[in-house]
Design a protein around this ligand. Structure first.
Ligand SMILES: Cc1ncc(COP(=O)(O)O)c(C=O)c1O
Length: 434
């Protein structure tokens, strides 16, 4: 169990002062539960880690991790900015109350409509290709405004993580290549554009990183580019955006990477580079997603059936599968699982935990030691606050789960459970089939 949760006298898991068993009865399953206090604590810890070590920092929460409006509002109330990658995330950030000036728009394929909305709201746009520099200049010109921009560079840093979420390697689709000089060409081009105000450099090397060294390599490489931009193009870069990426321990025996440790190493490397290149001290910008929300969220799922397989672990079929949480199927990710109504019972037996969909990839965990599991039990799947509901799907026309926010004994729905009507509301029948 996570130390920010507790267990009541009946042996039931308690999240944010509310019993998981009561939550499941009141709101149904599968159910995402977000612990508001934990989100706040994580944000404050991350912010302090850097603010205590560097004069000017900006933290923009990465909405892709969990763009639920209430969750975003919690972070906005902490003074946190927003990192968005789509029009809907941008609109959610504005709706949550984040001022446009505190929003960063990233992505390698933004549409003209998205760019227009960003420029109108004075959002910082990180440009991801030479062509996008031209496009944004043109849109800004039509709007009669200046677009605040940065350029995403690809620093070629290898991050020890799943290849699908390693984004800083040269062969990845993101950013302008540093090694060949393309990144510098980008700044040269952007400098000539009348409708662009070039203020930032951006890079993001990947997600779920539990080693501080790639972050140190990243800041060194990025500040080297900043120095080159100053030396060769006579441009000062104010904002150095290092993206997100700090991971969390998903397995009980995995060690956390304390944000203080990363911050201490990154700021030391930054200080060294600032001195040796004689560049001005930049504002450091961070876009954490997973670190802020992952361990604040759990998924509650009901056991419907169990099935023996002599010689191998029993199967447990629950009402949440890869539709509700795709990370195990997509990234081979581990999520710790316990029985929320039997938290004091000893784990005695190995189980495989399957979802309700018709494919063998539909499992949430294998070889998990749990107490004896019966139909009607409630399983808790931990650390799903990031990339859980946001990556969920309607596979097999399963409505997506609801989400509740809990805080100090209170619980409120922050995302309604989808219905069959909701799923089919956009389907149409052509007149020749009527
Ligand atoms: C540009 C950018 N910034 C920030 C993030 C957030 O990363 P994480 O959730 O690992 O902190 C991502 C995630 O993919 C990203 O692509």
């Amino acid at each position: 169990m996570k130390s920010h949760f507790s267990i009541d006298e009946q042996g039931h898991l308690v999240i944010g002062g509310v019993s998981a068993v009561e939550l499941a009865e009141r709101f149904g399953t599968p159910l995402y539960v977000m612990d508001e206090q934990r989100v706040r604590e994580n944000y404050r810890r991350f912010y302090r880690a850097y603010a205590d070590r560097w004069k000017k920092i900006i933290v923009c929460y990465a909405y892709k991790a969990n763009s639920n409006l209430a969750v975003c509002k919690v972070l906005c109330s902490e003074g946190c900015g927003a990192e968005v990658s789509s029009e809907c995330e941008l609109r959610t950030a504005l709706r949550a109350g984040v001022p446009g000036e505190h929003i960063i728009f990233n992505g390698n394929c933004k549409s003209p409509q998205e760019l227009k909305l960003a420029i109108e709201n004075n959002v910082l746009i990180n440009l991801d290709s030479l062509q996008e520099i031209e496009v944004v200049d043109e849109i800004a010109s039509k709007l009669g405004r200046k677009a605040r921009v940065g350029i995403r560079v690809n620093p070629d840093v290898k991050a020890p993580t799943h290849p699908y979420v390693a984004t800083g390697l040269r062969e990845s689709k993101f950013g302008l290549d540093v090694r060949s000089g393309q990144a510098l060409d980008g700044y040269r081009l952007a400098k000539e554009k009348e409708n662009l105000e070039v203020v930032a450099i951006h890079s993001h090397i990947g997600s779920q990183i539990l080693d501080p060294r790639p972050f140190e390599e990243q800041i060194r490489k990025v500040l080297e580019v900043v120095a080159k931009i100053r030396d060769e193009l006579d441009m000062e870069i104010e904002l150095v955006d290092l993206g997100g990426g700090i991971g969390i321990p998903y397995k009980p025996d995995e060690k956390e990477l304390p944000p203080e440790e990363v911050a201490s190493k990154v700021t030391a490397a930054a200080r060294e580079a600032v001195e040796s290149y004689g560049i001005q001290e930049p504002t450091l910008v961070f876009e954490p997603g997973r670190y802020i929300v992952a361990d604040a969220g759990v998924l509650l799922a009901r056991v419907r059936y169990t099935k023996e397989r002599p010689g191998i672990p029993d199967w447990v079929a629950i009402d949440a599968g890869m539709n509700a949480l795709i990370r195990p199927a997509l990234y081979d990710a581990y999520h710790h699982i316990e029985v929320a109504n039997k938290m004091l019972d000893k784990p005695t037996k190995l189980f495989n935990i399957a979802g309700p969909l018709c494919e063998s990839g539909d499992f949430l965990g294998k070889n998990r030691k749990l107490p004896e599991v019966q139909p009607g039990d409630l399983l808790v799947i931990y650390d799903v606050g990031a990339y859980g509901l946001s990556l969920s799907s309607q596979h097999t026309a399963k409505p997506r789960p609801a989400m509740v926010l809990v805080n100090s004994g209170r619980a409120a729905i922050v995302r309604e459970r989808e219905s069959c009507e909701y799923l089919t509301r956009l389907d149409r029948i052509p007149e020749w089939l009527e």
